[in-house]
Design a protein around this ligand. Structure first.
Ligand SMILES: NC(=O)c1ccc[n+]([C@@H]2O[C@H](COP(=O)([O-])OP(=O)(O)OC[C@H]3O[C@@H](n4cnc5c(N)ncnc54)[C@H](OP(=O)(O)O)[C@@H]3O)[C@@H](O)[C@H]2O)c1
Length: 259
């Protein structure tokens, strides 16, 4: 029996992906910190869709988070053919406004645990008839974003790493898909403490978590390497290539910086 393992499954895009996969009768392993949300979701999806579900509460900023997840799967005899690295968050405002620990914690969640899970689960994914890795980056991956500098850099890392890994695995049964959402209606803005300007810009353009989740899973099952969700975000990424970097950064700073 195979499972899809989803990190950041307690809310937002991760939860929406869990609901879509459950409706397709995919067994699910749900990972995040909020045990109450995970337990409720796992029970609901199990009874609604008659699938197998389980959940594990892990804080990715703690040492050995990825190994804890991997060992849990071994102990419970859970074998996966889909790994979805979705957990992530941003910290908005000046870089100097946060401690070094706050910065490295975010890098741990957005980057290090994602890499460790790819590394730990890859042998198993290669053993499955077909294996998928779905990594969630961001439209912020395409440019520097003053006011979200480290977050944007962490998502550039995710995109670059995932594309490289996909190329390395191109002759195997494993496909690596990277999704770059733009603004999406989730808890992201609150957690990142986005300013009013950024929230207002978002209200016109934000997509729903359900829409992004559908696009992400469609791209994954189609074996796509990279998908930017939404036409406006696709245009935005194209413009970044065409316009001078300083102009792009000034525009982003106008939205996200709190100067
Ligand atoms: N929303 C947007 O506008 C947007 C745009 C581009 C990309 N993204 C990316 O999309 C992904 C999903 O975010 P979202 O928008 O759905 O935001 P969200 O609703 O805040 O969900 C974030 C998920 O990550 C989990 N998470 C956060 N910190 C964690 C930690 N220390 N340890 C373990 N899990 C942790 C959260 O679960 P717990 O709190 O229960 O731990 C939650 O399930 C993220 O990678 C984000 O960067 C979002």
């Amino acid at each position: 029996m195979k499972y899809a393992l989803i990190t950041g499954a307690s809310k937002g895009i991760g939860k929406a992906m869990a609901e879509i996969l459950a409706a397709k009768k995919t067994n699910l392993l749900l990972i995040a910190r909020s045990s109450d949300l995970l337990e409720t979701l796992a029970n609901k999806l199990k009874s609604t869709y008659q699938i197998e579900t389980d959940w594990l509460s892990v804080d990715f900023t703690e040492d050995g988070a990825a190994t804890k997840i991997y060992q849990w799967c071994i102990d419970k005899n859970y074998s996966i053919d889909i790994l979805i690295n979705n957990a992530g968050y941003g910290l908005s405002g000046k870089f100097e406004g946060y401690t070094a620990k706050e910065h490295t914690d975010m890098m741990q969640v957005n980057m290090n645990v994602l890499v460790a899970l790819c590394s730990l689960f890859l042998p198993e994914l290669k053993n499955a008839p077909k294996g998928h890795i779905l990594n969630i980056a961001s439209s912020a991956a395409y440019q520097a974003v003053p006011g979200l500098s480290l977050y944007a850099a962490s998502k550039s890392f995710v995109l670059s790493f995932s594309r490289g890994l996909q190329y390395e695995l191109r002759h195997t049964n494993v496909r690596v898909t990277t999704i770059c959402p733009g603004g999406t209606e989730t808890d992201f803005a609150n957690r990142a403490n986005l300013n009013e300007k950024a929230r207002k810009a978002g209200t016109k353009l934000n997509m729903t978590a359900e829409k992004v989740a559908h696009l992400a899973l469609d791209a994954m099952f189609a074996g796509k390497t990279e998908k930017i969700t939404g036409f406006v975000n696709q245009i935005g990424a194209a413009l970044v290539w065409l316009l001078p970097k300083k102009l792009v950064e000034k525009t982003a700073a106008g939205i996200y910086s709190q100067d």
